[in-house]
Write a protein that binds this ligand. Structure first.
Ligand code: NAD
Ligand code: ZN
Ligand code: ZN
Length: 358
């Protein structure tokens, strides 16, 4: 199957749109014509890592139409509209107890870039292997081969090209609030970083009825947007007296991965409070053990959400106007991927979505 994909050949270089040849969907796999693919900060973070196989196709928030299915696939059929989320095995202890984002095979299936058997999934123009199974999809392309497990079927009346970000960033922010932190009515929460994940957390905290929602970011435009989406206060992350300005909260949620910010996120918790972390890559955090007295801190993957249950719920909230995630999105053609990355880094675009069909 010929496809066009945004290929990364060198961690330090821009993406190049190239023709690739995708392997046909194998057992349990489906070929999806990509309508839209969100760019999550995780793509940006990992695209700079030399340990990943190169060349590689990133993209792990795809949406599209199923074109063909491999042997044994029964839950999706050609013509179905789907969101591609993270992949999981379906039968390890975590998967069968509803904790699929902690699947025993999570790293191999999502972060290796290749299939579980080590095959790349695609070849380039010179016949060289191209890693095309990032998060079981590699959706920065006109077509992606995903597994039946990471597909969520959605209603055909929805704006398909905008739904991809529900598969990772939005699910992570909202799931962290609803499922992992269990924010309750009148609770106070501080959200550090008002990017796509942080703003999804702000919208979810509002839905949960939080009494106080403090959003923190370095960009004034993002603080502004946070206020429009439900934050009761928005503070500048560069304020040296930030912790005092926040006061005490029941929950904190860090999406920056910056060690100093994580320390603040823990410092503002009242005893009994819980802090969720989702950002990595910023280095190690040192704490006095007593800073954790009566407090809980944990790293959350994918908001603890099971995509087939959680994404339909987020779509339901969107239909009610209570989760207006489309306000975070700006679209780009596939060939505009390097502009999308630049605009995400500068803060100009919260959630870039590539439209490979345009
Ligand atoms: N654990 C998971 O399952 C999971 C899933 C998706 C994304 N992530 C991670 O979550 C993080 C956020 O993703 P995103 O797509 O929202 O990224 P983003 O870049 O859009 O948002 C991060 C925000 O943090 C802000 N920020 C940076 N430093 C700050 C500081 N010192 N004080 C205050 N704000 C600061 C930035 O201005 C930006 O708005 C990334 O690290 C990403 O890799 C984790
Ligand atoms: Zn599993
Ligand atoms: Zn992601």
């Amino acid at each position: 199957m010929r496809a066009q994909a945004a290929v990364l050949r060198d961690p330090g270089k821009p993406f190049t749109v190239e023709d690739v040849s995708l392997a046909a969907p194998g057992p349990g796999e489906a070929l999806v014509r990509v309508a839209g693919a969100g760019m999550c900060h995780t793509d940006v973070l990992f695209r700079g890592l030399a340990e990943l196989p190169m060349p590689m196709v990133f993209g792990h928030e795809g949406s599209g139409v199923v074109e063909a299915v491999g042997p044994g696939v029964t839950r999706v059929a050609p013509g179905d509209h789907v969101v591609m989320s993270y992949d999981s095995c379906g039968w390890c202890g975590r998967c069968v107890t509803g904790a699929a984002s902690y699947c025993d095979e999570f790293m191999a299936r999502n972060l290796s870039g290749v299939r579980a058997d080590g095959s790349a999934g695609a070849t380039g123009n010179g016949g060289e292997p191209v890693a095309a199974r990032w998060f079981g999809q590699s959706s920065f392309a006109t077509h992606a081969v995903a597994t039946e497990r990471n597909l969520v079927t959605v209603d055909r009346s929805l704006p398909l090209e905008l739904l991809g970000p529900l598969g990772c960033g939005l699910q992570t922010g909202a799931g962290s609030v609803f499922i992992a932190l269990k924010v309750r009515p009148a609770d106070a929460i501080a959200v550090f970083g008002a990017g796509a994940v942080g703003l999804a957390a702000v919208m979810a905290a509002k839905v949960a009825g939080a009494g106080e929602i403090v959003a923190v970011d370095l960009h004034a435009s993002r603080r502004e947007l946070a206020l429009e989406l439900g934050a009761t206060r928005a503070l500048d992350g560069a304020d040296p007296a930030l912790a005092d300005a926040i006061g005490e909260v029941d929950h904190s949620f860090d999406t920056t991965g910056v060690p100093e910010v994580i320390r603040t996120a823990i410092a503002v918790l009242r005893p009994g409070g819980s802090c969720g972390l989702v950002g990595a890559g910023g280095g190690e955090v040192t704490l006095r053990p007593a800073a954790l007295a009566g407090r809980t801190v944990r790293f959350i993957l994918e908001g603890d959400a099971v995509p087939q249950q959680f994404i339909p719920m987020l779509i339901g909230l969107w239909r009610q106007g209570r989760f207006p995630f489309d306000r975070l999105i700006r679209t780009y053609p596939l060939g505009g991927i390097n502009d999308a990355e630049r605009d995400s880094a500068s803060g100009a675009t919260v959630k870039p979505v590539l439209l490979p069909a345009s």
